[in-house]
Structure formats: C-alpha cells, structure tokens
Design a protein around this ligand. Sequence first.
Ligand code: NDP
Ligand code: MG
Length: 392
Amino acid sequence: MRRLSILGSTGSIGKQTLEVVRNAPDDFTVEALTCDSDIDTLYGQIKEFKPKLCSVVNEAKAAELSKRLSAEGFSTEVCTGKEGNITAATLDSTDTLVGAIVGFAGLEPVYHAVMNGKDIALANKETLVAGGDIIMPLIKEKGVAMLPIDSEHSAIWQCLKGEKRADLERIMITASGGPFRGMTRAQLENVTLGDALHHPTWNMGGKITIDSSTMMNKGLEIIEAHHLFGISVDNIDVVVHPQSVIHSMIKMKDGSVLAQLGRPSMILPIEVALYYPERGTAIVEEFDPFDAALSNLTFERCDTEVFRLVELAYEAGRRGGLVPTVMNAANESAVRAYLTGKIAFLGIERTVFETVEKMMPSIENTALTLETIGQADTDARAYADELINGMS
Ligand code: NDP
Ligand code: MG
C-alpha cells in the first residue's frame, strides 16, 4: 500500500492520480492534498478521500476552506503558503509524494520530501529542469525511488527495466508536434490563444498545453530525460509522431530499439509509477492495434528552425548549471503573460531567448544549491517581466 501526499491535486495530473486511487482504494491511502487556490475542487476531494492534512497556497482561500471544513465537522488540518506544500510533502505518515504542481514551485517540496526519505512520483518536469543536478544525487544518497510520471519518461523507464544503463545508446523522445505542427514562422505570427490551447491529442493544464504549442515542452523533456536517465542531451533525439501512440523509444548499443505503446492517457503512466515495481489492473481503454486511429503511425523530424525553443533547450542542457533554471523561469513568466493576453505567441520565444542571453554572463560559474537556483529563478522572472511589460 502506498500512502500518498498529492501536491497539485486539483490539476489535471492531480485529478487523474485520484482517479487511480478511486479505482483501487485498498492499494492507497491519501494523506495530504494541496492546491494553489481552487478550494471548491479541493473541498470535494477532501470529502471523498479524507486526508489528514491539506494545504492551499492562497491564505484567504485557506482560511475560507478551514471555516467550511470545521463547520461540517472535518478534522483535516489546513495549512497555507509555500510552507504548507512542504508540510504536506514531509508528513510522517506519507511514503510517496506525487509532484503534480505546475512550474518551479514544485522543486522545494520535492527537495524536502527526498530529504525526509519519501519516494517521488514526479509529473512536475520543471523540478528536474531547474533542480535535477541537486535532486538526482540526493535521490541516490537517501535511497528513495524516483518514479517518472511524464508519459515519455515513463515509457523510457519501462523500456529500461532489466537493461543495463551502460548498454543504452540513444533515447528517442516522441512528440505529437502540438497544434502548430507543419506551420511556418509567418503562420505562427497569426495564431490565436484559442488555437494554442487546442492540443490535438492530449487534454492537460494550461501551462503545459502552451508549452506543447511552442514545443518548449519537448525542450524541457529533453533536460528531464538527461537527469532521469543519466544521458547527455546530445544522445536524445526528438521524433515527431502525431498519433501519440508510441510514447518514446530507446536504442541499445546492439542497435535494438524498444518502445512503449498506448493510447494518449496519463492514467497509465500514473499507475505505472504508483504500483512500481508491481503492476496495477487495467483502467484505461484497451489498446487495439486494429483500431484505424491507432494503426497509422508516422514519424517526422522536429523543425527546430520554426520551433526554436527546442534548440535553445538543447543548448541549455549542454551548458547546464543555472542556464536551464533561467530558461525555465523566463518561459513560465512568458507563458503566464501569453495566457493573460499580454503578449503575442512569438513573444514567448523572444522573452525566453532574450532572458537567457542577458543572464548568461552573471550565472556562469555559480555553484548549484537550492538557494542559488531559487535566486536565478527570481532574477530571470524579474528580467522576463520587464521585457514583457515593454512588449505589451
Ligand atoms: P494544472 O495546471 O492542471 O494543475 C496544477 C496544479 O498545481 C493545481 O492543483 C494547482 O492548484 C497547483 N498549483 C499551481 N500553482 C501552484 C503553486 N505556485 N504552488 C502550489 N500549487 C500550485 O497542471 P497539470 O496537471 O497539467 O500539470 C502539472 C505538472 O505535470 C506540470 O509540471 C506539467 O508539466 C506536468 N505534466 C502534465 C501532464 C498532463 O497531462 N497534464 C503530462 C505530463 C507532465 P489550483 O488548481 O488551485 O490552481
Ligand atoms: Mg510528456
């Protein structure tokens, strides 16, 4: 039985994690649930799963929820602020943290959970992009498990079971290509927010949906794979595969290529992570190779001349240090600005490139700690926000 603290339980991954729990209540307990401000959804989850503790970043919302819960006789403790996420992540009775917060905010709770000996089931890729160099060695040192939830990384992880890491030659991360696959730069100038939010194969939270439209999601995933599987970014290829049936492939040193297949659903990778090293029972619709929608599998190269953030992510991954942190922070600021209509689609890319270029000299040779990473994140956001204000 796994005893879970689910951070970001009101989001897309959080809700699907609870779906896995709902399906097998004897296999899991829910110890803690957290969100940023969506207390209505959280309230429903508390009623159903009865965690010991919950946390809401927004203080006023936390107070409102606390009132509502005590009026109804619930004993669930309510925490708030950034610290609330850490309290939930390090709860004594929890053995596994599900990292389903979006963005850099996920790093600190994951760090503290590892320090406290918790296994980490991780969807929140920004944690590894910014903090992979400190989190992965800590995972080893503390002897806890890192259980990837991101579908590509779950696929790679499953393919690697029983293989020697030294025999792994290349990773081929698949990408749907997003809603703007095949477009030219000129066409990208005219896309709307509605177009960007309409992902062809996956239904996800707003930030990752925009990251998929710029292909930054794949850039972040290259760096995530580098940390998870200890492989250089130059040995990771992006393969555009619009059907999202093959979730990724690995090539071994003898030339053998292994792949994991399935319908585009996050339920399965969540289950794989939470049942590891066992297997759960099937919840998702059965995979039928004769289904017309699944049988035509195609592959293309990623056009990095059009989707330039992918190339920037390779470069950030090569340089390492604080560069991926800065790139990620600028992207988070830019995506937020784009989602609120402050900048145009290509303004995201411009913000990220200009922030990385500006900050590069000041971050080189800085030792990596949770503090220096946090400072680089704050500084990059401030610079990106200045650029954004200049654009809007
Ligand atoms: P959502 O936006 O749907 O959900 C985000 C969750 O995090 C919500 O519970 C939200 O609370 C909470 N949250 C937001 N900001 C903060 C903060 N600053 N501190 C604490 N909690 C916060 O995101 P997704 O579920 O789509 O994605 C979560 C992570 O998983 C991302 O890193 C994403 O890249 C990754 N991922 C997602 C996939 C998907 O299919 N959705 C696939 C693979 C990876 P509230 O509801 O109150 O705003
Ligand atoms: Mg993914």
